[in-house]
Design a protein around this ligand. Structure first.
Ligand SMILES: N[C@H](CCC[C@H](N)C(=O)O)C(=O)O
Length: 285
């Protein structure tokens, strides 16, 4: 099986053109191909598939084999892959991609004939408890959201999260210490699997910088700490604006790079960031 390794700000995935492949247990393949010792090594697997409703369909699987609804870093590389292989017209102004979160539009930025980065319309954030989804006390859930500054007690830790769905669930917390000092590998799994999240959750920690931009790290549902998370950066920007920390545009600095997010507080969220190809190869089952 031919594959291509790509990444967006260090959030790396293995891409496979599955348009002519029979259905199979892609989750198990993602687990084995993602292993950084016995596999190719990645945060997960992304499939290029045919679509009746968009230019193409994207399916993404985390390294634990679970399927995610959307992948903001992955969809930029997905568009790069499709354009540079002529699966869609090489001079295309935008690529529409069907995902479990809905149809998304990717506008590529070219460096010569290569796609170097892209801007993605990520849809509007979903803030109602049932949309996250999160199971809360009916007295809180009946208020309809947004759920802002909600007290969570993962283990002996106490923190306050703001809940945002970008088609996938996110719990965002703001901290006063440098993000590098936070015990993310201890707390991340406890938030990811907290009982109030019936479909688990991605967990973001954020420190507001003096220049008004944001430093962040992400513990991803199904993949653990990643170098960046596109949907997570969107959730961070939405939470930050809801809390009054930032405005319509913010730079989110993640360990793997900086993602730029636009949200006017009402409409769609827009994500801008790099898309890089690393190498191609053949996966022998
Ligand atoms: N772990 C995520 C999927 C990947 C999201 C992230 N890599 C991105 O760039 O949006 C989830 O299960 O919801």
């Amino acid at each position: 099986m031919e594959f291509t390794k790509m990444h967006g700000a260090g959030n790396d995935y293995v891409y496979v053109d599955a348009r002519d492949m029979p259905e199979r247990d892609w989750g198990t393949l993602s687990q084995s191909i993602s292993d950084r010792h016995s596999g190719v090594g990645s945060d997960g697997l992304i499939l290029v598939m045919n679509s009746e409703v968009a230019d193409l369909q994207m399916r993404m699987f985390n390294s634990d084999g679970s399927e995610g609804e959307m992948c903001g870093n992955g969809i930029r590389c997905f568009a790069k892959y499709a354009i540079e292989r002529g699966i869609v017209a090489p001079s295309v102004a935008s690529v529409t991609v069907d995902t479990l979160a809905g149809i998304r539009t990717v506008v590529p930025h070219f460096l010569g004939s290569a796609v170097d980065s892209a801007r993605v319309s990520m849809g509007a954030p979903r803030l109602a408890p049932s949309d996250i989804p999160v199971d809360l006390d009916p007295a809180i859930a009946s208020q309809g959201g947004p759920i802002v500054h909600y007290a969570l007690q993962p283990g002996d830790f106490r923190l306050y999260v703001t809940l945002v769905s970008m088609g996938n669930p996110h719990a965002v917390t703001f901290i006063d210490q440098p993000v590098g000092e936070f015990p993310l590998h201890n707390i991340g799994p406890l938030v990811e699997r907290h009982p109030i999240f019936p479909r688990r959750a991605n967990f973001e920690i954020v420190n507001l910088r003096e220049d008004g931009n944001l430093d962040a790290r992400v513990w991803e549902r199904g993949s653990g700490e990643t170098m960046a998370c596109g949907t997570g950066a969107c959730a961070i920007a939405v939470a930050s604006r809801l809390l009054g920390h930032t405005g319509d545009r913010v730079a989110v600095n993640l360990p793997g790079g900086t993602l730029t997010i636009d949200w006017d507080g009402v409409g769609e969220v827009y994500l801008e960031g790099p898309a890089k190809e690393v190498f191609s190869g053949v996966w022998t089952e």
